[in-house]
Design a protein around this ligand. Structure first.
Ligand SMILES: Nc1ncnc2c1ncn2[C@@H]1O[C@H](COP(=O)(O)OP(=O)(O)OP(=O)(O)O)[C@@H](O)[C@H]1O
Ligand SMILES: [Mg+2]
Length: 247
């Protein structure tokens, strides 16, 4: 499967690797959606959360109506209402009054089961989280919610007992272990497929440190180095040059 649309850097020929975390996410998301529950995926930047969740949800479509909401700044409850209005493709103008707005959203959410993917959820404050809980608690709505966010997401959610007590599954993404790196990276990109495992370990311990985004960047620079030098295969000299761009 090509990962083009999810790649952080433009990286031709990269593939999605079915890591242990991705497999666990698939199981967790499937169970959360089946239970019309809420879950939280959290962990450090670049560990592969967004990519995993998008791949897993794509596997549930078209049977499941999935709506994606990504926050880029700290939203108020009002801003959350507007984001939901947009994500649900509701017709007409957004209502002016909060109570009218709430009614509209609840009516729309009662139409059929839906799944919200709320990415960058570390931006949500208590009030914003509380608004999702309010909609989810409404008996007529059949909502599954997947919150995805950086380390802060877990901390903020844990501070909201009303919501955190309703979280069905928590999943923490971590760095790839050195063993996982040796399995995953040769499948990630053709330049690593025939690389010496010692060179992959060298790159991981000096530069990428089990972080998938760092691996994507390192791969992009190493690809450039291969093209410029005309060498057929990765070696430590090329890698050192690539590291110098990441430092
Ligand atoms: N399973 C995977 N297979 C292939 N590439 C991956 C995988 N997971 C992550 N990547 C690569 O790593 C990059 C970063 O992953 P992603 O955006 O999912 O991280 P994140 O955990 O959501 O980070 P952030 O917290 O900063 O949003 C992706 O754009 C992709 O290039
Ligand atoms: Mg992300």
């Amino acid at each position: 499967m090509t990962a083009a649309t999810y790649q952080y850097v433009d990286l031709p020929d990269a593939s999605v690797v079915t890591t242990r975390a991705l497999l666990t996410a698939r199981e967790n998301i499937t169970d959360t959606v089946a239970a019309r529950a809420m879950m939280c995926i959290h962990g450090g930047a670049g560990f592969g959360k967004t990519l995993a969740v998008n791949i897993c949800l794509r596997g549930l479509e078209p049977h499941e109506d999935v709506r994606k909401i990504t926050f880029r700044a700290r939203p108020t409850a009002r801003a959350v209402r507007y984001e939901l209005f947009t994500a649900l493709d509701l017709a007409g103008e957004p209502p002016r009054h909060p109570s009218e707005f709430d009614r509209l959203l609840k009516t729309a959410l009662a139409e059929r089961p839906r799944t919200f993917l709320v990415d960058e959820a570390q931006w949500l404050n208590g009030e914003a989280f509380e608004y999702f809980r309010y909609l989810w608690d409404e008996p007529a709505t059949q909502l599954a919610v997947i919150f995805v966010g950086g380390e802060g997401c877990h901390t903020v959610l844990r501070r909201e007992p009303m919501l955190s007590s309703r979280i069905f599954i928590w999943q923490r993404f971590t760095r790839l272990t050195p063993g996982e790196v040796l399995e995953a990276i040769p499948l990630f990109h053709p330049i690593w497929a025939d690389a010496d495992p010692d060179d992959i370990t060298f790159a991981d311990s000096h530069a990428a440190h089990g972080n998938f985004r760092a691996w994507a960047q390192l791969t992009a620079h190493t690809r450039t180095a291969l093209a410029r030098t005309g060498r057929p295969r990765v070696d430590q000299e090329l890698l050192r040059w690539a590291f110098s761009r990441l430092a």
